[in-house]
Write a protein that binds this ligand. Structure first.
Ligand code: FES
Length: 269
């Protein structure tokens, strides 16, 4: 018996048109406001080149400080060959790594395609154009660079954990020696390390890499456990993405305001 089929033509909605009755526009609006606020603040903070350290604390925007004037600098002050017309800040040397990592993250792509490009504004809401470009041609094919940014970001994360370790050691003004202590800034940087790790270690790409390391996870228990751990974090990837975005911005703000004398760092020990 033959079955005849006829193509079904779906109506093309005009931009913004939808049959949805819920407040579908709230989520893209919140994403737009949240990401815009972070972009404006982080760009401003990156260009300051000041007030990014306080005691043993170093702002995560400026870490690792490859060149700079603070005691945290790895290779000393700004190189003499740096062009005078080019703005310098340690943050400008390092922020492209976490910035591009988040820009190419699968979660953020979905979020900013909707919130900034309105393409589409939300599910079943009319798009601004009728064609579909996908991510397999320029420029969006560059999103595939996410795996490389993952490796670089893992290296930056290790350095941030070293900063957390240093944040427990304060110089005693009486002796000039370092001694163990706990300040509110220590806890802020610690929370930031935990949230950044939860975001980064739940990356979709990392999940594929770990899962692809062995053909049969049941025969490699350690890889199986790592895969389960990454998968567990991945289930709440959106939550970790937002919490870590907030924590990294707040950590910079905390160090900055302490350094400027606006806030006082509370010492518990
Ligand atoms: Fe979000 Fe990799 S997919 S960090």
């Amino acid at each position: 018996m033959s079955v005849s089929t006829a193509p079904v033509r779906l109506p093309v909605r005009r931009f913004g048109a939808t049959g949805r009755r819920d407040a579908w526009w709230v989520q893209p609006l919140v994403v737009f406001l949240g990401l815009s606020t972070f972009l404006v603040y982080s760009t401003w903070a990156a260009f300051q080149n000041s007030h990014y350290t306080y005691g043993p604390y170093l702002s995560p925007f400026y870490s690792p400080e490859l060149f700079g004037d603070s005691p945290h600098s790895w290779f000393g002050p700004r190189p003499g060959s740096w062009p005078t017309w080019l703005p310098f800040s340690p943050a400008l040397l390092i922020l492209p790594i976490p910035g591009l990592f988040r820009l190419t993250c699968y979660y953020y792509r979905g979020a900013y395609y909707k919130a900034f490009w309105l393409d589409p504004p939300s599910c079943t809401v009319g798009e601004p154009r009728g064609s579909y470009w996908g991510e397999h041609s320029f420029p969006l094919i560059l999103q595939n660079g996410h795996r490389y940014m993952l490796f670089l970001s893992l290296a930056v994360l290790v350095v941030l954990w070293l900063d957390v370790w240093k944040a427990w050691w304060f110089v005693d003004p009486a002796t000039g020696n370092e001694r163990f202590g706990i300040g509110l800034g220590t806890l802020v940087l610690l929370a930031n390390g935990v949230l950044l790790s939860s975001y980064l270690l739940g990356c979709h790409t990392l999940r594929h890499i770990v899962g692809g390391c062995v053909d049969q996870l049941s025969r490699a228990p350690a890889a199986g456990r790592a895969y389960a751990c990454v998968s567990c974090l991945n289930r709440r990837h959106m939550l970790w993405a937002w919490c870590s975005l907030f924590s990294v911005g707040f950590s910079d703000l905390y160090v900055r305001l302490c350094s400027m004398g606006v806030w006082s760092d509370v010492r518990f020990l």
